[in-house]
Write a protein that binds this ligand. Structure first.
Ligand code: SAM
Length: 341
């Protein structure tokens, strides 16, 4: 079992497969001028498999693949199959914008992927296109359908709530009524160029800042009121043991007639450092013990020249230096797409 210096059980590794993406969400990636990592800087699948094998021996059995957009990397289904074959991998998940799921969902499911989190920030086609700088909402929705069709469970939909976007939150929440979809509203985090805020408006004006983060309590109050007005009743709290199996800090609610749930994730209004159970491996081979601390350990060099014991020592070092909390710091030097969101 992996226990860090502060007594937390660390059993969850998020692996970023690439810094590239087929969308350019305005809060996550610049429109132009992105310098992609040189392919030689990106960990090969064999290197990731070796790292994962050692991390799993240390007790880290839950693995999520992310990016960039993980599905733009060639060969993900076969990689999933190999990862799944590692003794001690308990469960495998993927975070994706879903646009490539119509093509890959069946293969991924066959390969042993179980859980899918889909990121989607607007149900309005024009706003979706604006936020993603060119994406098509219908592609993401087709990906969501594909995830259900092939039998992933659970399927979760992650919505970053940004005040100035004026999203239809009830529209999202209603998607949990007719199928077991878990719709989670996440507080926008002003990451990256933290002084200016990491988003930028489509007209090129200043980025979003902390003022654009909507506290989860407000989301719940709003959904409850709008749900009542729409005849769905208010939101009911879901007890922890009845919540969809999660590896993270979401709190769940539901409408009385829902098949799925509505959740909130509150990195700003409720710091959940005390429950933090994760490490992150960036696509360029840095092990990051805390999203909000820029301290990273160089795994790539060790994977390319060291022994398994050297790699194990890096995992143990990450557990040793994982901070107790990130105090008030929310900004990071890298954008989410470069860290692995
Ligand atoms: N491309 C995949 C996807 O769309 O899910 C995986 C990577 S993406 C960086 C992962 C998640 O990070 C997305 O849900 C995105 O909305 C979220 N994200 C990126 N920047 C964020 C920010 N500043 N605050 C909150 N969430 C953010």
């Amino acid at each position: 079992m992996a226990i860090d210096t502060h007594g937390r059980r660390i059993d969850y590794l998020r692996i970023s497969l690439t810094d590239r993406c087929n969308l350019r969400c305005i809060y996550c990636m610049p429109e132009e001028g992105v310098t992609w990592k040189d392919p030689a800087e990106i960990l090969s699948y064999d290197e990731i498999l070796r790292f994962a094998g050692i991390a799993v021996q240390e007790g880290i059995g839950k693995i999520r693949l992310t990016g960039g957009e993980p599905l733009v990397r060639r060969g993900v289904p076969e990689f999933v199959r190999q990862l799944r074959a590692i003794d001690g991998v308990e469960s495998l998940a993927l975070t994706t914008n879903a646009t490539l799921l119509p093509r890959f969902a069946a293969e991924l499911h066959d390969a042993g992927l179980e859980r899918i989190n889909i990121s989607l920030d607007s149900l309005d086609p024009a706003a979706y296109e604006r936020i993603t700088r060119g994406g098509h909402l219908e592609d993401a929705l087709a990906g969501l359908d594909a995830a259900f069709d092939v039998g992933f469970s659970p399927v979760k939909l992650n919505v970053v709530v940004v005040r100035s976007l004026e999203q239809d939150l009830l529209g999202f929440a209603k998607m949990s009524l007719d199928r077991p979809l878990h719709v989670r509203f996440i507080e926008y985090m002003p990451l990256g160029d933290a002084e200016e805020g990491s988003g930028c408006h489509s007209d090129g004006s200043a980025g979003w800042t902390a003022a654009d983060s909507v506290p989860s309590e407000e989301v719940i109050d709003r959904l409850s009121a709008e749900g009542e007005a729409a005849g769905l009743g208010g939101l009911l709290e879901v007890e922890r043991d009845k919540a969809p199996g999660g590896w993270g800090p979401a709190r769940y609610y539901r409408f009385a007639e829902s098949q799925g749930t509505v959740g909130v994730i509150s990195p700003l209004s409720h710091h959940f450092c005390a429950e933090c159970n994760r490490l992150r491996l960036t696509a360029d081979g840095r092990l990051r013990p805390c999203l909000f601390s820029d301290d990273e350990l160089d795994v790539r060099t060790v994977l390319r020249g060291g022994s398994d014991e050297d790699v194990r020592a890096i995992v143990q070092e990450a557990l040793r230096i994982k901070p107790k909390n990130h105090a008030e710091r929310i900004g990071t030097d890298r954008q989410m797409s470069q860290i692995g969101g």
